[in-house]
Design a protein. Structure first.
Length: 218
């Protein structure tokens, strides 16, 4: 039989109405996109504002993607910034870590991302419409560690910086995503038989950033 004290203690242990119980910080959830042979996972360290994300999957490319995604819903302008590193030292590879905006969680969804490969290749990747091919613009900067993906209206801009350097604008692309869309951190091993890990630290999100450069409205 419950006493008044036990009822009180039980009620204090329950989360307050409307309080989130997830452990992903600024993000809402995580999932494998596509059907990777090996499942991914993510954890969050609030003290460091740091996410450790592991993902399998053949690629984020072509007409279909396989990767692990930590995400939130977004409807307007934003900036998402993070320092990105691969903790496992290995020969150059095409494993990918990215800041990604995506229309939905389908494997062939329209998306755009600021991506770093294990080889140091730095790109802005995009798929204009669901089921379309992925395209990319690569930039003459090797192995940056700090990244930002920013949206103003339909314009997405990628910034990056090497260790100890200020962010520099690399390029922009106009992509129409219906509201709301997804925004988050993506990791792909580029190898169906393996899982790769990336660490996203000092992660910050702003819904109405002070844009460095105005883009034309569409």
């Amino acid at each position: 039989m419950k006493t008044a004290l036990s009822v009180l203690l039980t009620s204090l242990a329950l989360p307050l109405l409307g309080q989130t119980t997830n452990n992903l910080g600024i993000f809402e959830d995580q999932t494998d996109v596509g059907n990777p042979a090996l499942a991914g996972a993510a954890s969050f360290d609030p003290g460091q504002k740091q996410y450790t994300v592991s993902g399998g999957g053949a690629n984020i490319w072509g007409q279909k993607d396989e990767f692990h995604y930590v995400w939130r819903h977004v409807s307007g302008d934003f900036s998402l910034t993070a320092t990105v590193r691969f903790p496992k030292v290995e020969p150059p590879s095409h494993r990918k870590a990215a800041l990604m905006a995506r229309q939905n969680l389908d494997d062939d969804a329209a998306y755009i991302d600021a991506v770093i490969h294990g080889s140091g290749l730095t790109e802005l990747q995009f798929r204009d419409t669901n089921g379309d091919m992925t395209h990319a613009v690569n930039f003459p900067i090797t192995g940056p560690v700090r990244f930002e993906l920013e949206r103003k209206a339909n314009w997405f801009t990628m910034y990056a910086a090497n260790e100890g350097q200020p962010l520099q604008e690399l390029g922009s692309y106009s992509l129409k995503l219906s509201k709301p869309f997804y925004l988050g951190l993506a990791v792909c091993s580029h190898n169906s038989n393996d899982v790769e890990t990336a660490v996203f630290s000092d992660v910050t999100f702003q819904e109405t950033p002070a844009h460095r450069k105005s883009k034309p409205e569409e």
